[in-house]
Design a protein around this ligand. Structure first.
Ligand code: DGL
Length: 267
């Protein structure tokens, strides 16, 4: 069981920021990443639709014999996490709670800003006494365009962040898979007093703690008997549409070249 992969899924490419953090925190683990590129974006879809898509992917991952599932999409987590946890025989970890907990730790009595998709913000999934939320729907296409520090992105970001700046938030939760790529710009616009919380990093550390607590963590790669070759962890990428776009844009999210992406065969 411990050598079984971790399943990671997202509406598309963005969850690779979470995968990247998981590789860093858990270098010995194998993974299967599912990106629902045929049906992205989730952020503007209804709760029922996001739940249905998320359930379909959960069951696909379970058929791949994963030992845990990471919902690497804030919108899926916000709308579907409870339901996925009820349906899954293996642990299911979302991206909202780790980011929210880190924000609460970072500023106990302060005001927390949360930015995310329209769906994540509407779900009210981020619980805190003093939370100011802002949907930033234009960020996803801007990031996918590679415009991380472009004047157009700066203009859009200034507009979105204005209410959060006026409210004097103490911490800002990057509540969407794509936003860690905007960190330098967001940090500059929010100013030095505001702590930026990267949900991807927080989630990876929760995954590590959960696997350790349940005795599910893989041991470091071992040397295979006879051959002397080692058995390194593997990372599979599966998408529901257009693997070529995932290959090129995905590399920006992952921070390294993607070599092989499979097209899903829904069973
Ligand atoms: N992955 C989504 C999220 O984190 C952003 C992209 C989308 O809208 O599907 O909410």
């Amino acid at each position: 069981m411990n050598r079984a992969p971790i399943g990671i899924f997202d509406s598309g490419i963005g969850g690779l920021t979470v995968a990247r953090a998981i590789y860093r925190h858990l270098p010995q683990e194998s993974t299967i990443y599912f990106g629902d590129t045929a049906r992205v974006p989730y952020g503007s879809k209804s709760p029922d639709t996001v739940r249905r898509y998320s359930e379909e992917i959960l069951h696909w991952l379970l058929r791949q014999d994963v030992k845990a599932v990471v919902v690497a999409c804030n919108t899926s987590t916000a709308y579907a996490l409870d339901r996925l946890q009820q349906q899954s025989p293996v642990p299911v970890i979302g991206v909202v709670e780790p980011g929210a907990a880190a924000a609460a730790r970072a500023c106990r009595d302060g005001t927390i800003g949360v930015i995310g998709t329209a769906g994540t913000v509407a779900s009210g999934a981020y619980p805190h006494r003093r939370v100011i939320q802002q949907a930033c729907p234009l960020f996803v296409p801007l990031v996918e365009e590679g415009w991380f520090d472009h004047p157009a992105t700066e203009l859009v970001a200034s507009e979105y962040l204005a209410p959060l700046r006026r409210a004097g938030v103490d911490a800002l939760v990057l509540g969407c898979t794509h936003y860690p790529l905007l960190t330098p710009l967001l940090a500059r616009l929010m100013g030095p007093g505001v702590i930026l919380i990267d949900s991807a990093e927080e989630t990876a550390s929760t995954v590590a703690d959960t696997l350790a607590a349940l005795g599910l963590a893989a041991s470091p790669p071992h040397t295979l008997p006879n051959t002397g070759a080692s058995d390194p962890p593997s990372h599979r990428y599966v998408v529901s549409d257009d693997s070529s776009r995932f290959l090129t844009i995905g590399a920006r999210f992952l921070g390294e070249r993607l070599t092989a992406v499979e097209l899903a065969a829904w069973e």
